[in-house]
Design a binder for this molecule. Structure first.
Ligand code: LLP
Length: 411
């Protein structure tokens, strides 16, 4: 098993597991694939930083000309540090704090996407205080079911995201752009890991009609942000044909006179990464063969949170009878399961396994639950590897904690 020209077996013997390992080549190729059809068009690509915010990955994408879609001050700081042009940064999210808004305005980002009227008022107040102008987009909730996992669907009327079309229209008719606010954008994002083009089509055309209605007499909307959401193939299932997506985007932009913003996350990064882990124990119960590995749900949450499937392979090509294994982590939660009863070649204690397609929403969703350190991330470039995040230590974790003096006197 190699990533580019580096043997994963060598890496797993050299470093302690678990660790993430990415291929820079895959990231670069994916970005170029996404960018190519939109070259020379009015499209700004803003990578959804939440998918993987590692500064090295942001640097690669920044070098390729990507912008960023951020949902916190932290992601904004990372993006700027990686050299992403502030005029290609979009700030979204349903609950931005006043401090975050102030920071974003000061940094002259391209646009803040608002999700409530109160937020718009607050932004106006802050911009006025700063004597700065900020471009605003309204995130519209189109009431379209993205037909994805219920925890990552965002565009149905009872989801917390966006404003319904009528409220958006009301805001656009009542609020005039002024010295501090340029209300010229509409955004939509109906969910993630979307595997059919149909919901995209429905949502995008609904929004296009809305923009045409608003722009009928005067060109008010100049930016249309179509979000992210393209699903990838985790399980040899059918997913979206990228060319169909491109066709729809081009169709939308026809006669619209709007700049388009696209916010791919998973599509750009998911299949660039694996999680390398070691088998600690094999344990047989009455009906189940457990392979207990050293990676846990704190390192990769997707299977526990969304019952997400990630292919798991053995670095060794063991012979012997195939068997059904349930692969579990060490975290003290019954949900800490990576795969239930999958048929694999014999797994032995100390084997190295790797979990696939974890470049997106893998490391970015990790935690130190059970006081487990956040793990190392490596990236491969041709025949070289680089550590792009060191494993955290528990001493480092404790160093941020403090025992109050009274607690030391408790008898
Ligand atoms: N734009 C907005 C406003 C978003 O909320 C998201 C993702 C994206 C773009 C990027 O979506 P993508 O192209 O990656 O689908 N943790 C979940 C995914 C949550 C996605 C949240 N928003 C998972 O592991 O599946």
């Amino acid at each position: 098993m190699f990533i580019e020209n580096v043997s994963i077996k060598n890496l797993s013997n050299k470093f302690s597991t678990p660790f993430y390992c990415y291929s820079s080549k895959t990231i670069i190729e994916k970005f170029k694939k996404f960018k190519k059809p939109f070259q020379n068009s009015n499209v700004i690509i803003c990578y959804a930083v939440k998918a993987n915010p590692n500064i090295a990955i942001l640097k690669i994408l920044s070098r390729l000309g990507s912008g960023a879609e951020v949902v916190s001050q932290g992601e904004l700081i990372r993006s700027l540090k990686a050299g992403i042009n502030s005029k290609k940064i979009i700030f979204s999210g349903v609950g931005k704090s006043p401090n975050e808004i102030e920071y974003a305005i000061k940094k002259n980002i391209l646009q803040i996407n608002i999700e409530s009227e109160e937020e718009l008022k607050l932004i106006e107040k802050i911009a006025k205080k700063l004597k700065k102008k900020i471009q605003i987009g309204i995130r519209v909730n189109p009431n379209i079911d993205a037909k994805t996992h219920k925890k990552i669907t965002t565009g149905r009327e009872n989801d917390k995201f966006g404003l319904d079309i009528n409220t958006a229209e009301k805001i656009l008719t009542n609020f005039r752009s002024n010295l501090y606010i340029d209300l010229i954008g509409i955004s939509v994002h109906i969910g993630s890991q979307i595997t059919s083009i149909v919901p995209f089509k429905k949502a995008f055309f609904k929004i296009k009609n809305f923009v045409n209605k608003i722009n009928k007499n005067k060109r008010i909307i100049k930016y249309l942000d179509l979000g992210g959401g393209i699903g990838i193939n985790y399980n040899n299932n059918k997913t979206i044909n990228f060319n169909d997506y491109v066709k729809i985007i081009k169709n939308i932009s026809n006669n619209l006179q709007c700049k388009l913003i696209l916010e791919p996350g998973r599509f750009l990064i998911a299949d660039s990464g694996i999680l390398v882990t070691k088998v600690l124990y094999i344990k047989k119960s009455k009906k189940i063969n457990f392979a207990i590995i050293d990676a846990g749900m704190n390192d990769l949450l997707r299977p526990a949170l969304y019952d997400a499937y990630h292919e798991i392979n053995n670095i060794n090509k063991n012979n012997g009878k195939k068997n059904y294994y349930t692969i579990v982590g060490p975290v003290c939660e019954s949900a800490d399961i990576f795969s239930k009863k999958i048929l694999m070649n014999k797994i032995k204690t100390n084997d190295f396994l790797f979990i696939k397609n974890v470049g997106a929403y893998g490391a970015s969703m990790s935690s130190s639950y059970n006081s487990r350190p956040i793990i190392m991330e490596l990236i491969i470039n041709k025949n070289k590897y680089s550590i792009i995040r060191k494993t955290d230590t528990v001493i480092n974790q404790i160093s941020r904690e403090k025992i109050p003096s009274w607690a030391k006197k408790i008898k």
